[in-house]
Write a protein that binds this ligand. Structure first.
Ligand code: AMP
Ligand code: MG
Length: 327
């Protein structure tokens, strides 16, 4: 069975063709980059709308299949930016009506976990999902993916991006901060905020920016910001591992590229007798293949949606989703 998945929760438009054996036949990404400042949802949506037809065509060509060969369409239904979500939902509905094949809306956060399990061989991990738009610690318990901890304000990727932008580093922010952090020597204390199992990054961001304005060394600030926010992420992940007694940790999302974060998680895993898994970078980032694969899992386990039910859910929570494929 062949599925075409459409991702469009934020700045990445992704199209992937996946089969029911878990083979990724193709994946194509078009990333919207604002000229300056942060992402503007309507601008991003306009960019996706102008590219979606070509991206679908390219994904089909690269997979060596025809539209008629597909058995299913899936799309990222949420959580995400409304205008962007509506572009891929509309495209999926159009493709479904055109071909007479079914469609299914997929939860973006769960798709990150499922493509990670598929590609790394992790079976039942605690997932740390860290990106520009999300920060969650997720694990499967009692029939659902439960959120064990999450940010109370901004996502960690956004924290790094805003700091980098205000400090004059060129986008994307995370890699720039990582590069400078390697040259940092002094740890400057920044607010370390873990509340119960939840996290907050606006405090360390504000303080790091204040000290930047005061003329503090940028390399030391990058180093200190990373140490502070990654330690908080590692702490919450560790507590989820301890609570669930799972032996695997899956790290995903754009921030998963960061070697210092990986190092901290490796050390925590070693101390707990657990293993760390990280998918290849193009599948840590938002991509169409993860939506295609999760759509297949859902469809093959009886999830059905009528075209008129295939709507977007901007605030769709990870723990609201029924997971028949892991019963
Ligand atoms: P995503 O939201 O999953 O598309 O990933 C983009 C986010 O990942 C942005 O916030 C980037 O700054 C962040 N990112 C990418 N590479 C790195 C890195 N090496 N270290 C930290 N953050 C990163
Ligand atoms: Mg994502």
């Amino acid at each position: 069975m062949l599925c075409l998945g459409l991702e469009g929760t934020a700045h990445t438009l992704g199209v992937g063709v996946v089969d029911s054996e878990g083979r990724i036949l193709s994946h194509v990404s078009r990333v919207y980059r604002p000229e300056k400042g942060g992402i503007h949802p309507r601008e991003a949506a306009r960019s996706h709308a102008s590219q979606v037809k070509a991206a679908v065509k390219e994904a089909l060509e690269r997979a060596g299949v025809d539209l008629r060969d597909l058995d299913l369409f899936s799309f990222s239904a949420g959580p995400g930016l409304g205008p962007c979500l509506r572009v891929v939902a509309t495209a999926a509905r159009a493709l479904s009506v055109l071909t007479g094949k079914p469609l299914v809306g997929v939860n973006h956060c769960i798709a990150h976990v499922e493509i990670g399990r598929l590609l790394t061989g992790a079976v039942d991990p605690v997932t740390l999902y860290v990106s520009g738009g999300n920060t969650q610690v997720i694990a499967f318990e009692e029939g659902r993916y439960r959120v064990f901890g999450e940010t109370l304000d901004i996502p960690v990727g956004n924290c790094l991006d805003v700091f980098a932008r205000e400090a004059g580093l060129s986008p994307p922010g995370g890699p720039g901060v990582e590069r400078l952090a390697r040259q940092g020597r002094r740890y400057l204390a920044l607010p370390y905020v873990v509340k119960g199992m939840d996290l907050s990054f606006s405090g360390p961001l504000t303080e790091a920016l204040r000290r930047h304005r005061e003329g503090e060394d940028l390399r030391d600030l990058c180093f200190s910001l990373q140490e502070t926010v990654f330690a908080a992420l590692t702490e919450v992940t560790e507590r989820a591992v301890a609570h669930t007694e799972k032996k695997e940790v899956l790290l995903t999302g754009g921030v998963a590229s960061n070697l210092r974060l990986r190092e901290m998680l490796e050390e925590m895993c070693r101390a707990r007798g657990a293993s760390l898994f990280v998918p290849p970078p193009e599948f840590c980032a938002d991509n169409g293949a993860m939506i295609g694969w999760t759509g297949l899992l859902a469809h093959l386990h009886g999830v059905r949606q009528r075209v008129e039910e295939a709507v977007v859910r901007q605030r769709w929570r990870t723990d609201e989703v029924d997971i028949p494929w892991r019963r």
